[in-house]
Design a protein around this ligand. Structure first.
Ligand code: ZN
Length: 508
């Protein structure tokens, strides 16, 4: 691993010590922070080998940023897909598909794939018949923004092996169909190129690590990238229950390097999707959705009952794996906490979008993070007010998590939101658009707290990984600034260098 002396930098005050940031030096030896302070330069001079120098010129230094929940291949592929994020109705989505088909040129897979519609608030609902009228015999797959359903033409349903239905393919059935989609001839090349773009883009934003909860066997993707000499970042790869036995048989434990993938890729958690999502109105709640009378499950539904969740967590504990337990509705969060408590499993609850505040004291006593994606609140506000009008004050309860002493870890769930920790932090701080008001500001956290929840618990201290981000400005606006201004400073942060394990991987 490389050495590097970062000279003349100022440390961002992540702990709110209030001390004025003097200029200092950071020495990384063999990929690990060896010294912070004036002694760094002396020690670099006396090192056995010449240590390269990066001139900080007074720039602001942060530990490398992490995104604790991504689907990296899906995120990369998003850019190659038809963008449906602006569709305000099924009719508008269909018009976009019609225009794309008229323009011609299908991807190598032969399947026109779109991404990003949010149909929960549409007045008209997606039907296969309507899509067929536009698509004819062309397989068309439209992946919802929350990735919990696909809207498929009949030709696409046949191509992906889904029995015909006049409506969307959701949850487990959709996840299986998506696996077929990503395994079509031509898909692997497309995905590999897409991942390269995604990695470079992440490094440019100061992201040095991700928890990759990609479906299938993401460790194989990363091993292939390592073998091909592609740029990597730190990755914790998740495993889904389908492949749990495979991972247990291989003896891979959370935190250990993935064999054959270099040192940067390690085994992450067992990922379990215990309920659905808000946009697909399948997140499992204590009380019915406002339009519950129209739903097959008026309060959403669990994907696994309590016994199944407990069994999976017990298997993870026995195999040395942490657990990333997807739970969006308050009933699912409650069940998740019970399962963690009963099994002694460690890890995080993913999303925890709606919580019963009475559950937080129990949560605070468990070794379980709140792994949350604040940028979702920007997209989900309208649908939350429509589906859960009586409980909007219990969604994205970041302030309450911190006040209860629950560890907070920010992420994006890219491609559901962009892989951009600055956007996530800004949303956590202002809880609204750059030019709009704050939604339930009592649940906002400070910019310092948001950044502290974005660095994987690290500080720039000897013994820590040699991952450093240099910024042109201090991202922490002066105390007392309105949340909108703090959020603006975060969104405007300019990452001018990213150092990964002592190697400059972005900027100068
Ligand atoms: Zn996810």
């Amino acid at each position: 691993m490389p050495d590097l002396l970062l000279r003349d930098v100022r440390l961002v005050d992540l702990d709110g010590t209030g001390r004025r940031a003097g200029r200092t030096d950071v020495l990384v030896l063999d990929g690990v922070v060896a010294e912070v302070g004036p002694a760094a330069t002396t020690r670099a001079r006396s090192a056995a080998r010449a240590v390269p120098v990066l001139e900080g010129e007074g720039r602001w230094a942060l530990p490398g940023l992490w995104d604790q929940h991504v689907h990296l291949q899906q995120w990369g592929l998003t850019r190659a897909r038809l963008d449906l994020s602006g569709a305000g109705s099924a009719a508008e989505a269909l018009a976009t598909v019609r225009a794309a088909l008229a323009a011609g040129g299908l991807p190598p897979t032969g399947v026109l794939t779109g991404f990003g519609h949010r149909s929960a608030t549409w007045a008209d609902q997606p039907t296969t018949a309507a899509l067929d009228e536009v698509a004819g015999e062309v397989p068309v797959v439209l992946v919802s923004a929350d990735c919990h359903h696909g809207w498929l033409s009949s030709a696409a349903q046949r191509r992906l092996g889904v029995p015909y239905r006049d409506g969307v393919v959701a949850e487990a059935e959709w996840f299986a169909a998506n696996d077929v989609l990503t395994a079509l001839p031509g898909a692997a090349e497309q995905a590999s190129a897409a991942m390269s773009v995604a990695v470079d883009d992440a490094l440019a934003r100061g992201v040095v690590g991700v928890t990759d909860l990609e479906f299938g066997r993401p460790w194989e993707l990363w091993r292939a990238r390592h073998e091909a000499g592609e740029q990597l970042l730190r990755v914790r790869v998740g495993v889904y229950p389908e492949d749990l036995q495979h991972v247990l048989d291989a003896g891979a434990r959370t935190g250990e390097p993935v064999a054959g993938a270099g040192g940067l890729v390690t085994m992450g958690p067992l990922k379990i999707i215990s309920d659905g999502s808000l946009n697909t109105r399948t997140a499992w709640c204590h009380e019915p959705y406002a339009d519950g009378h129209r739903l097959a499950h008026p309060s959403g539904a669990a994907n696994h009952d309590a016994d199944e969740v407990r069994e999976l967590l017990s298997a993870a504990v026995a195999g040395g794996l942490e657990v990333a337990l997807h739970a969006i509705g308050d009933a699912a969060v409650h069940q998740a906490l019970d399962a963690f408590r009963q099994t002694g499993a460690r890890g995080g609850i993913e999303h925890a979008q709606l919580v019963d505040l009475a559950d937080l004291p129990l949560w605070s006593r468990l070794p379980v993070r709140a792994s949350v994606q604040p940028a979702h609140l920007l997209d989900d506000r309208a649908v939350t007010e429509q589906c859960w009008p009586d409980r909007t004050d219990r969604t994205f309860t970041l302030r309450s998590f911190l006040d209860h002493g629950i560890e907070l870890a920010l992420g994006s769930d890219a491609p559901v939101a962009p892989l951009d920790p600055w956007l996530a932090a800004a949303a956590a701080v202002h809880r609204g658009p750059a030019d709009g008001d704050s939604w339930h500001p009592d649940q906002a956290i400070t910019a310092r707290e948001a950044l502290a929840a974005s660095v994987d618990g690290r500080r720039l201290r000897p013994g820590g990984p040699g991952d450093v981000v240099l910024l042109d400005e201090d991202p922490l606006a002066p105390a007392g600034m309105p949340s909108r201004e703090q959020a603006r400073a975060l969104r405007a942060a300019s990452v001018s260098a990213t150092v990964l394990a002592g190697r400059l991987v972005h900027g100068r």
